[in-house]
Design a protein around this ligand. Structure first.
Ligand code: AMP
Ligand code: MG
Length: 410
């Protein structure tokens, strides 16, 4: 599965081949734990959850109005019924609805057994004793039947679902207050580089602030991950090796940035080779070619490039699917759209490129995308302005204004 690219002296792995190798090399974390529902947002279910009850549990009114039995009326004629009481949400009408009677009823209130129709209050005239319904009042309407949302025993959320706010609402409606979820994926990350300066410190000559750790801590902000920020490690082989070994002992994943290339101070691959195993370390992606993937014991290792935009792109395209797999959540490909590109884009064949774009939609619903600016892998400002990637396949040799391109929302 290795793609030999004409312009590279070393073989580059295609993105798909890299993803396939990662997929084959990792397994979802095995443990699970119980959490209360309000702490389950973003967690991955390790059981399928079925409803212990019918939802709704009782027939009730879908709107505020008056409830009666359709047996009591001739729908073509106006009719008058005597008002026997009221059913409030949470406080049902206690009596028995007799022939010729109706009750006032509010949304969500229990419908008396004899009633099968609710007419909205705006359509009737009530004097407090009797209620006049106009001709053609709809019968058998505005009623929520038992179990019409979920039947007792029906599946609410399936094993491996990553729970969102809607799921929490659905589970709560069934009275589920505790769930079994996958344990979190333990992830350590750090930046490497002698030039990196912590925020709050003045910049000495030749130094830069460490932006990668802020990008990563944002990208890793997910309830199914437990994250350890190990700070900045200098370009020192011994320090790096010690950090790799220490982090691998109690984490499922290590993510580093910088030092993954072939420069004098790029030690990541060499050290991964020494204390673990390198699966691959170069892929046909731009930005982000030097990307080391391997293992230290059972801990997965991702050595990302140093340039911040390359960190973002490789994380989203390569690392994120792996973390998802480790968390036990199902695989999902990002949605792609076809848009007309309004900029000319430069590209050489050989690597799949993720160029930064601004996607818009015109009043006809057609999509247009323009470059968001300079595409250097160090240039964060143009990706901060962007709302999508323009995905240019390996063999593409540039785009002219007016060409159709694939875009992926960021
Ligand atoms: P490297 O792969 O270590 O040679 O780094 C490639 C480029 O990315 C260099 O210009 C580095 O200064 C820059 N770089 C590396 N790490 C970071 C970081 N944490 N934040 C911002 N830029 C970085
Ligand atoms: Mg470096």
């Amino acid at each position: 599965m290795i793609d030999l690219c004409s312009r590279e002296s070393n073989p580059l792995l295609s993105i798909d081949a890299a993803l396939a190798r990662i997929k084959a090399a990792i397994h979802p974390v095995a443990g699970s734990e119980k959490v209360v529902l309000k702490n389950a947002l973003g967690r991955v279910l390790s059981e399928s959850v079925y409803s212990p009850i019918n939802i709704p549990q009782f027939r009730n009114a879908a709107m505020d109005g008056y409830a009666f039995s359709s047996k009591d009326i001739n729908p073509d004629q106006p009719f008058t019924l005597s008002l026997a009481g009221t059913s409030w949400a949470g406080r049902p009408f206690k009596g028995l609805l007799q022939r010729g009677q109706c009750i006032g009823i509010f949304t969500g209130a229990v419908l008396p057994a004899q009633a099968d129709s609710v007419v909205m209050q705006e359509r009737v005239q009530s004097n407090g004793q009797t209620v006049l319904f106009p001709a053609n009042s709809p019968s058998r309407q505005n009623i929520r039947e038992v179990g019409e949302d979920v039947k007792q025993g029906n599946l609410l959320c399936a094993y491996s679902k990553k729970l969102n706010a809607i799921d929490l609402g659905l589970l709560a409606s069934a009275g589920i207050y505790e769930l079994t979820v996958k344990r979190t994926v333990k992830i350590a990350f750090f930046s490497t580089g002698d030039e990196l300066t912590a925020l709050g410190q003045p910049l000495e000559s030749g130094k830069i602030y460490d932006s990668n750790r802020y990008i990563l801590s944002g990208l890793l902000n997910d309830a199914s991950y437990s994250v350890t920020d190990m700070g900045v490690i200098a370009d020192n082989k011994q320090l790096l090796e010690d950090s790799f070994i220490k982090a691998a002992k109690n984490h499922d994943v290590i993510i580093t940035t910088g030092g993954a290339s072939v420069g004098e101070a790029d030690y990541v691959k060499e050290i991964l080779d020494r204390c673990g195993e390198v699966n691959f370390w170069k892929i046909a992606i731009k930005p982000g070619k030097p990307l080391a993937f391997g293992k230290i014991g059972s801990c997965c290792f991702f050595g990302l490039p140093g340039n911040p935009v390359a960190v973002l792109v490789t994380f989203q395209q390569i690392v994120a699917p792996a973390l998802k797999q480790l968390s036990g959540a199902p695989d999902s490909k990002p949605l792609q759209l076809i848009a007309t590109c309004t900029s000319a884009l430069k590209k050489a064949a050989g690597r799949q490129e993720y160029q930064r774009g601004i996607l818009t939609q015109d009043p006809n619903g057609d999509f247009f995308v323009a470059s968001s600016g300079k595409q250097g892998s160090n240039i964060l400002s143009s990706i901060s302005r962007a709302n999508c990637y323009i995905v240019l396949p390996t063999e593409c040799k540039g785009v002219q204004a007016g060409d159709k391109v694939k875009v992926e929302l960021i």
